[in-house]
Design a protein around this ligand. Structure first.
Ligand code: NAP
Length: 237
């Protein structure tokens, strides 16, 4: 049975990815900051499959990442896929609020926190889990990035979020270069603008539509590698 670990899997795109991969027969590890309030979630997931486990996992806490790895190892599992999904968008109250999002006004502490979570958190996960994947012959990493980090079409506002996702794309490229000879396949994905807590109710896509490329990259046999993907197609960096 293939195994997948998804960070930030208690809600939004992470949760929907977990559900769809459970339906496809994966064993799913759901990383989340607080497992204590997850009773409803467990019931919901159990109606799909029993092949899952919740892991207390704040991606900024090394001890929790280490414990998550130990749990997976001790269960006798390898890890086929790591989905770096956890992320924050905290520079303003929402995508339509332009007041505090200007590069001239944005709070640099919030920019730093955004980069810490969205980029460095993913880096930590890669540093812990890629060596484990290599012990078992390799695996896939899916970095849930954003078109807002795309340099080719960069726009104004929310510089922290944009930098954090450009930074995540750097992780994808650098890891791909370093793993050329190894069986580690890594890609970035832009889900599009999706109706989650982060995307808001005016977003264009349903959550199910938003995870399409993530689930696709998790399941296709001939995966692209070292690319930025949206709608199952390669897009510019
Ligand atoms: N929605 C969109 O339109 C859109 C577009 C492009 C890219 N994305 C990306 O897609 C990913 C998922 O977004 P979403 O729309 O599903 O957002 P969401 O509904 O706000 O969910 C974000 C998830 O990340 C978790 N998280 C935040 N900081 C964390 C940390 N330090 N450790 C572990 N988990 C943490 C949250 O956990 P808590 O519940 O504990 O806060 C939550 O589970 C993000 O990386 C986002 O940048 C979203």
């Amino acid at each position: 049975m293939r195994t997948v670990l998804i960070t930030g899997a208690n809600r939004g795109l992470g949760l929907e990815t977990a559900k769809q991969l459970l339906e496809k027969g994966f064993f799913v590890y759901l990383g989340m900051r607080d497992t204590s309030k997850a009773e409803k979630l467990v019931n919901e997931l159990s109606s799909i499959s029993k092949e899952f486990k919740l892991l207390e996992l704040d991606i900024l806490k090394n001890s929790q990442i280490r414990d998550a790895l130990s749990e997976i190892r001790n269960a006798g599992h390898s890890l086929d896929i790591l989905i770096n999904n956890a992320g924050v968008f905290i520079e303003s109250t929402g995508p339509n609020d332009q007041t505090t999002s200007s590069i001239l006004k944005v709070d640099s502490a919030i920019v730093l926190k955004t980069i810490e979570t969205n980029t460095i958190g993913a880096l930590k996960m890669i540093q812990f889990f890629v060596p484990f994947m290599l012990e078992h012959g390799g695996g896939r990493i899916i970095n849930v990035s954003s078109g807002m980090g795309q340099l080719e079409h960069m726009k104004g506002h929310w510089p922290g979020y944009r930098m954090s996702k450009t930074g995540m794309n750097v992780l994808t490229k650098v890891l791909d270069e370093e793993m050329h000879e190894k069986n580690i396949i890594v890609n970035s994905v832009c889900p599009g603008w999706v109706r989650t807590d982060m995307g808001g109710e005016n977003a264009l896509l349903s959550i199910s539509e938003g995870v399409d490329s993530i689930v696709w990259l998790s399941t296709i046999s001939n995966s692209p590698r070292g690319k930025f993907i949206q709608n199952r197609k390669v897009i510019e960096w």
